[in-house]
Design a protein around this ligand. Structure first.
Ligand SMILES: N[C@@H](CCC(=O)N[C@@H](CS)C(=O)NCC(=O)O)C(=O)O
Length: 237
């Protein structure tokens, strides 16, 4: 059986990591038999190929890192995440996934790690029970990374403006459809729904959650996917 190594969850998040939840949705769509295993030990996280999660462990013990690596692994075993999509739609799906996984992810990182109210939420959830100096050490590392990308150098008003633009664009792509590419859930929904869910509520900063919630069609879309697709995901062992 396949094992998805994930960060823990809580407050209605299957995992606080949207990439772990994305991988769980992909696994569920693939029809594979799989289980979930949470990684709580920092030493175990450090032993992972990219020192990040999600990671998939296959039946031979091989470790497949990164949600996109997991997608490719599942496709190589026969999974089809974009059934019925034209070549153009598949290309558009690829662009959307990159936009969500790379650009919206930076917004989420700032919302949880840079903004003080987001960070306060992180200390009560993801870092609950972790000594403050250890948590602050993680935060400092992440802040360095965000500074390097340049995203955290934008002031808050600029970040919120760009977030609003991106979400308005995504809402236009969704239109009145139940899923981004029509009546069926595809790979792009696994990225988009989980990221939007994370942006729309704590531990994301309140201002970011408000901008996200200001896109009601996206919020209805997230609720539909999270209630239906995420309901029967395996629980942590
Ligand atoms: N591109 C990766 C991103 C994975 C990622 O950023 N994981 C974060 C949690 S959301 C992580 O494990 N961070 C641990 C660390 O950096 O120490 C994917 O799609 O899987």
């Amino acid at each position: 059986m396949l094992t998805l190594l994930t960060h823990g969850g809580g407050d209605g998040f299957y995992s606080y990591s949207m990439f772990c939840t994305k991988a769980a949705l992909l696994l569920q769509m693939s029809g594979e038999d799989w289980q979930r295993q949470d990684v709580n030990d920092p030493a175990e996280l450090a032993s992972m190929p990219h020192h990040k999660l999600p990671v998939l462990r296959d039946e031979t013990g091989a470790l497949i890192p990164d949600s996109e690596g997991i997608r490719r692994f599942l496709e190589a075993r026969g999974a089809e995440f974009d059934p019925g999509l034209s070549d153009l739609q598949k290309a558009q799906s690829r662009l959307l996934i990159r936009m969500v996984d790379e650009a919206l992810w930076l917004h989420l990182m700032c919302a949880r790690w840079l903004e003080d109210d987001g960070w306060a939420g992180m200390t009560q959830t993801v870092f609950a029970g972790v000594p403050a100096p250890v948590a602050e050490g993680f935060r400092a590392k992440v802040m360095q990374g965000l500074h390097f990308t340049g995203h955290s150098r934008l002031d808050r008003a600029e970040r919120l403006l760009r977030l609003g633009q991106d979400l308005t664009a995504l809402e236009a792509v969704l239109g009145d459809q139940p899923y981004l590419f029509g009546d069926r859930m595809t790979a792009a929904d696994c990225s988009a729904a989980t990221m939007l869910d994370a942006l729309s509520r704590a531990p994301a900063a309140r201002a970011v959650a408000e901008v996200t919630q200001n896109h009601p069609r996206l919020m209805t879309y997230v609720a539909r996917i999270m209630e239906a697709a995420a309901a029967d995901l395996p629980k942590a062992a």
